[in-house]
Design a binder for this molecule. Sequence first.
Ligand SMILES: Nc1ncnc2c1ncn2[C@@H]1O[C@H](COP(=O)(O)OP(=O)(O)OP(=O)(O)O)[C@@H](O)[C@H]1O
Length: 312
Amino acid sequence: MLKIESLTRRYPHVTALDGLNMEIGHGQLYGFVGPNGAGKTTTIRIISGLLRPTSGKVWIDGIRAEKETRVLKSKIGYVPDFFGVYDNLTVMEYLEFYSAAYGIDEKEGRLRASEVLERVQLFHIKDRMVDELSRGMQQRLCLARALIHRPQLLVMDEPASGLDPGARRIFKEVLRSLCEEGYTVLISSHILSDLADMCSNIGVIHQGKMVLEGPIDEIMTSIDSSNPILIEVYQNLETAVHLLNRHPLVSRIAIDKNMISILFTGSREEEAQLLRQLVEQKVLVTSFRREHNNLESVFFHLTDPVQGGTTV
Ligand SMILES: Nc1ncnc2c1ncn2[C@@H]1O[C@H](COP(=O)(O)OP(=O)(O)OP(=O)(O)O)[C@@H](O)[C@H]1O
């Protein structure tokens, strides 16, 4: 759906993007994370056609975005981090105004406004004044506005900032259901925990470069695979230790009472086979689990100021 190749954006005294690569597949909820000043907004503004890159290529659904900005705008829904206040407009009027701005006729505009309000769970407040809405509702209205012309890619710059936990939960629900319907969503934040539990994929940007990108599950697994496996044994500890000592994929063993900690370099399948071997040798295992890394700690490691990063 979106492909970025060697994207660069230079300002007189700063290189905001320094050869950024990025790839987002259809239907992904892609979390774009990085510390302040990493280049997220610059990337989003280029994707949305609001800023020209110094060099590099951006494809959206096979179209060169920097060259065909009109087509690009029909494919993208942009949700900025700031929501302007509109006096004297109801929620419905506000959306009708935006649909007219996209050249959609009045009758169709009303239909679409109702449709997008249903999607963001705001239809029940369609007659309320826009400037009276809570921040969470305004944010979802902003999302509804970005959906009015039926774009394929939604691009959001820090949309969850300033929302309370309840509003955040509804916002996440709405985003998940949009992805289930086939929308592709790019959402940026400098708070990883905002995104970790809802995104299918993640990209970490640091100093204008992508430093980590992939499906969130795979990233977690690859991070975890260097962690020890903890095996709690109820009976036949000696048999277990004997088997583990001879196992070619076990590189270190530590024992504390009935808990064995091993460094294991195999795949997930080999991990499962190891458990089966223990059970077949009549070792009674009460727990078998890999220690997990917190995604947040990985983010801090990748963008650590001590290792040359910027301040988070
Ligand atoms: N118009 C501009 N002129 C000069 N430098 C700019 C301009 N816009 C952005 N920058 C610089 O480019 C770099 C990237 O900024 P950008 O706003 O893209 O980062 P960000 O990741 O969105 O940060 P934040 O999380 O704080 O919003 C920063 O060093 C910023 O100061």
